[in-house]
Structures are given as C-alpha cells and as structure tokens.
Design a binder for this molecule. Sequence first.
Ligand code: DX5
Ligand code: ZN
Length: 219
Amino acid sequence: MSRDIRITPSILNADFTRLDDEISKISAQSDLIHLDIMDDIFVPNKTFDFESASRIISRCPIPVDAHLMVADVDSIAVQYAEAGAASVTIHVEAADDIRTTLKEIRRHGARAAMALKPGTSIEQYSEYFDLVDMVLIMTVEPGFGGQAFMEQMMPKVRETRKLIGDRPIWLQVDGGISLATIEMAHEAGADTFVAGSAVFKAEDPGLMVELLRRQVSID
Ligand code: DX5
Ligand code: ZN
C-alpha cells in the first residue's frame, strides 16, 4: 500500500490557555492542524466560537482542517472557508443542503469535506463524491477527545475506500487514533489521521506525530 499519509493533530486536548505554544510543538511535523468546532447543540460539548476560531486560523503557521460539529452548518461552513481554513468538514447529519454547502466551501477557496458519525452509513452519500476533497469517517461518537477507537468502523472505512476508487479524495479517520490503532485504520484504507490525546498527552508531541507517521509509512 503506497498512499500519501497525512497526520492532522487535533488541538482539542491541548492547553487552550497557551495554544500558540502547543501548536508550535507539532507544526513542523504535522500536515494540517485539526480544529474541532462544537456548539453544544449538534454535540454535547462546546469549543471555540467563530471569533476565537478565526483567530486561531489566521495565526496558525500551517493549514487548518476545520471539523464543524455544529447544527445549521450550511451557513456556518462558508464563514470558515472565508476565514482561511484550508479544509472545511461538514457533518452530513447537520446539513440541510449538502450539495450546495460543499460547492460553497470550494467556491470560497477551501477543500470541502464531509463527515459521518458512527451510526451513519456511507452508501447514500457517495453521490457527493464529485464535490468532496475528503471524507471523514468518525471512529468515536463526536463530542470529546480521549475516547476508545471503534474498531467496528473498519468495514465502513474499507467500503468508503472502495467507493472512492480512483478519485483523489483523502480518507480521514478521527477518534482514538494512537500508535496502537493507526495501523488498523490505515490497513482499512484511511490515509489522513486525526490524533488528539495521543499527541498532546505524549511527553514529546512532535515526536509522537513522527512516530504515528512512521507506523503507517513502512510497507
Ligand atoms: C472528537 C473530535 C476529535 C478528537 C479526537 O469529536 O472530533 O477530533 O479531538 O481526540 P482523540 O484523538 O483523543 O480521540
Ligand atoms: Zn475532530
């Protein structure tokens, strides 16, 4: 398997009081920073409001991958693209007009991505593949970092990889990714890995990003 690999650390479990510092520990080793936006409606947790998120996006030394876990995502998604996020991910469960929203994200210069919660199956969403640059298969219920990796999502990752076929779409997994689980997800077809607590609870977060990458780069 020789696929390009991307490691996108989530700052959800980083120290929010000194984010610049936390980001500087991993920016040299990471492909993108994964920014989790939660509104306490779509998921039972709240992170950054738009203003703080925009500030993070504009200060971040590497591209930002915004994962929007918010209700009424259709109108909000475009704002993140405008704010400079390199990639904007909407949950299919939260969007009213998936097609238009994905198109709008791209029209505003960002990569467009769609995410699926563990209980949502992929079949009916492959019709949007011509409009996405990445598909995110959640490997935990969205809302919190530090949860256990759901191995039972691997058949869905495999199926998504098959449905993607030759298209240049990244396949991302998010939730419970660590040195113990990343290979399983890679083997199932993922090429873009979010890791939150595994990275920020490590003694050397930058080294952990490298170790995760190495784990899936040896064929
Ligand atoms: C969970 C978030 C994840 C989270 C991952 O809803 O979408 O990005 O930060 O954290 P870990 O890697 O600790 O599961
Ligand atoms: Zn996330």
